[in-house]
Design a protein. Sequence first.
Lengths: 348, 295, 285
Amino acid sequence: MPSPIIRVEHVSKTFISKERKKGEKKKKKAVDALKDVSLDIYDGEFFGLLGPNGAGKTTLIKCLTTLLIPGSGNMWVNGFDVLKEEDKVRASIGCMLMGDRGLYWKLTGRENLNYFGALYHVPKPVRTKRVDELVQLLELSDFVDRTVETFSSGQKMILAFAKSLINDAPILVLDEPTVTMDVPTARKLRSIVHDLHRQGKTIVYTTHLMHEAEELCQRVGIIDRGEIIAVGSPAELKASMRREDAVDIEGIFPANVVEDLRALAGVHSVMVKAEDAGRSKLSILCENSRVMLPRIIEKTIGNGATIEYIKPQEVTLEDVFLAKTGRTLGIDTRQVFGGEAKPSGGGG
Amino acid sequence: MVSRGIGLSVPGFRADLDVLATVLIARLKIISRYRGFLVMEALLPIIFAAFPLLLGTAIGGPNAGANFLRNTGQASVPDVTSYYRLYMLLGACTFTVVTLMMWLIGYWVRREQETGTLESMYLAPAKRFYVLAGVTTYAFLRSMLIFFIALTLGSLAFGVNPLSGNILLALGFMAAGFLPLWGIGFLFGAFILKIKEANSIVQMMQWVVAFLMGIYYPVTFFPPLMQYAAASFPPTMMNDGVRSSVLGVGYLFGSGWWVPFALLIGFSLVLPLLGYQFFLDTERRLKRKEGVGQY
Amino acid sequence: MWGVRQQVSTFYEMSKKTIVEFSRYPIAFGALFVQIFLIIFMFLFAAIAFAPPPDDPNGAGVGSRVAGVMIYGFVINMFLSFTLWEIGFSVREEQARGTLESLYLTPASKFASLLSRIFAILIFTSVFCVLGVLLVHYMVGGIGFQNVGLALLSLLFTISGLLGIGLLFAGISIKLKESAQFLVSGAQFFFMIFSAQFFPFSALRSLHPAIVDYVSAWLPVSYSVDLFRSLLIGLPPGYPELAGGNVATEFLIVILFGIFSPILGYIVYKYVERKARKDGNLGEF
């Protein structure tokens, strides 16, 4: 097991805000943004921080990157104490914050990269070469020599991403980087981040999009209301649900297939629905469809069946979040359907 | 815990100087891309000087100069008309230097907050001191440029010769006044970080400074207690020193040039350190409360 | 489509919003108060610096007359400044903040939105002006308070005319974007000097008569300034300084300014706004 490159120990943070209601005096309101958060992120890991808006993801990131001093607790990044060795921590991290506006509008893209490169103590000759590399990697050449005020919002985000890579730091922190990007740009960014991870960088990636966390992350920390409620790989987290998975298979099945499937260890039930022209649809409830599916296919084909279509419905991280908190990751979904959240996936 | 290098970063004194230079050059580039801004800035002192001159002409008519000389407690000067015109022009130009320094240094953090670049800057390992040094150097260069352009154009417009007096001493007063201005700028910046309505406070402070500096009149016009307070204000000493050196008249406190000059040097030693410390304390408090990027 | 009642209600809500916004910035309000008084003091001290000796027979009453000219001109300056910045530049501020497009998504009248700003600001400006006048009156031992009714009537038309200038600049701000700030500042200083807001026109004339004859005399704001203060200081010899000293002529110019300026300003504003919506850069920063 590799050693942690980021360690968070019992970190808490409370914000005080003023609440103003009609007809009442202004009141102070304490908001616990982080509550006794402890976390290890390992060297070379792709770690995702998943949670809804307002969960505390950005607060935790800001504490790690020295922008915010926590109320209590300790943190180390790349072997450096976040509170006592701030400059070394900053030099260890390339960071892109959510909705990053941190560019000078009257400077060109290249001038911005050069400027921030200097702030990261990248020597001038190295900096110039690095900027050229980033321009090529991220395909910025069409617009990098124009002032930022002329950029589209997507171009600004890509430049902000380039800025986070300027010092080639061992740790890359990305706070919801694709939130305002169009689909192709977001896809491109994820692909580049994936490549950077393969090159050995440690990536800390916050998102409220479940599919991003599942697609990219080796381990995920689920955060809600300032607390880490679960940590593990996506597979581990889903497995912890101990739920039944559903698999639907359509095709032509000999008579004995159903009995053999029912006898298979891990299969809980098999329902048959006759379709037309000799076809059937089998709805199979089993444990962990990822593990069971190859066995189901083997058994089915082994009995002479012809499989035409398979539709597994597996547990998602959304289900994990829902089980732990009683709410969905995306508030939008709840608003669209109204009332209580509808759990997705699985047979339950 | 594992520790892996710090990427391409090479900290050290050379890198620190590189930060200073890069910050300075970036700001010079930015201001050069605002069309007409510097022109407007250079014209402002001339406009500010024109107001009291026109008012004075309306009140004093052909005796405006003589009235001014008498009311400001001066015995005689070679050219009365040049005297009061240069008086106003120098006051307005020095005031522009003071407010530019206060604005560019004091409002710097707030401006970076507004544009969203403050967080990006705070994420970087660059030492705050060198970033501030870049900003203050830029403020110094810009205000001096505006001062000389405005003085040149104003001298041509008003038909006066600013080179008639002790120019070296005038520049000496200017130089002695800069460090206290930096300190005042930092104190100002620390104050601005704490309040929401920064814009209005800055505008008000500009006029407080203009009033206390006596850009249109000597501070001897104030009631006694206020006189001493105004006279002890570094920008007032700077303004009076520059003006008196060029015009060849008496200095503050009824003394020779060395008294206000020595006081300015004294302020130079204390104010920048005090201001910087206040600024760092405020910054740290902000990081505890809500984070530096909040605007 | 929306009745008068609804429109009035919307206008009321918009005005209330401006006042509420102001009330949540008490420091800003206080700072403005202090700023205005400091400016007045500075000009007073400058005036004292040029005052003739007490025994000068030609100097009798000059000081208080010029102080009156200065402060009443300052009143017009206050209304002009607020109009330029609160209407003219506020559109640009909304554009920069990103709220302009949100405003345009609503069916509320954009004109009413602009007007609601000045309705609230007028109240504050008037209070500041009255206090400023009283301060100078006390400091110099008396300035004129004659022909108050006529002066207020001319002020009413002046404010209407200044509103038109504000609308004109609001339109220009949408188009010019960043450069709008310089234009508005430039306009403010231009009027300060060439409409002689802080000194009599005789001071400009002493520099060169052509400045008054070919620049000041072509600015309607100059007549507003000249008429308002000449009436209040009691029309001493030499006042009003423009239009050959004819009060009726100046009144006519001010009335026409008050009627046609808002119409022209509104036309320009609507034209630029429409063009921006057509070109798709209404929300562009």
